[in-house]
Design a protein around this ligand. Structure first.
Ligand SMILES: [Zn+2]
Length: 83
């Protein structure tokens, strides 16, 4: 049985499902957001677990891909999560 993974547009949260697991997929958002990739939804959920005090000052202006890197640095995400 194959399972599917959900990928989210970082801008409008439009989702698509794919039957493979990668950190992000190249895809132009169908809502014309200007983003050309979707990020795996469980990565985005984890990113929100970065504690307030560990977030850079510009957190709110950062795009979700950058937040993923912060989450990695803070140990909220680990490299196997990105596979
Ligand atoms: Zn979008």
């Amino acid at each position: 049985m194959t399972r599917s993974y959900e990928y989210v547009c970082p801008e409008c949260e439009n989702t698509v499902e794919r039957d493979f697991r990668v950190p992000s997929i190249v895809r132009s958002c169908e809502n014309d957001c200007g983003f050309d990739h979707y990020i795996r939804s469980d990565l985005l959920e984890k990113v929100e677990e970065v504690p307030e005090e560990d977030r850079p000052d510009e957190w709110d202006e950062m795009d979700n891909e950058k937040k993923v890197y912060v989450a990695l640095k803070e140990g909220v995400l680990s490299l196997p999560d990105l596979q």
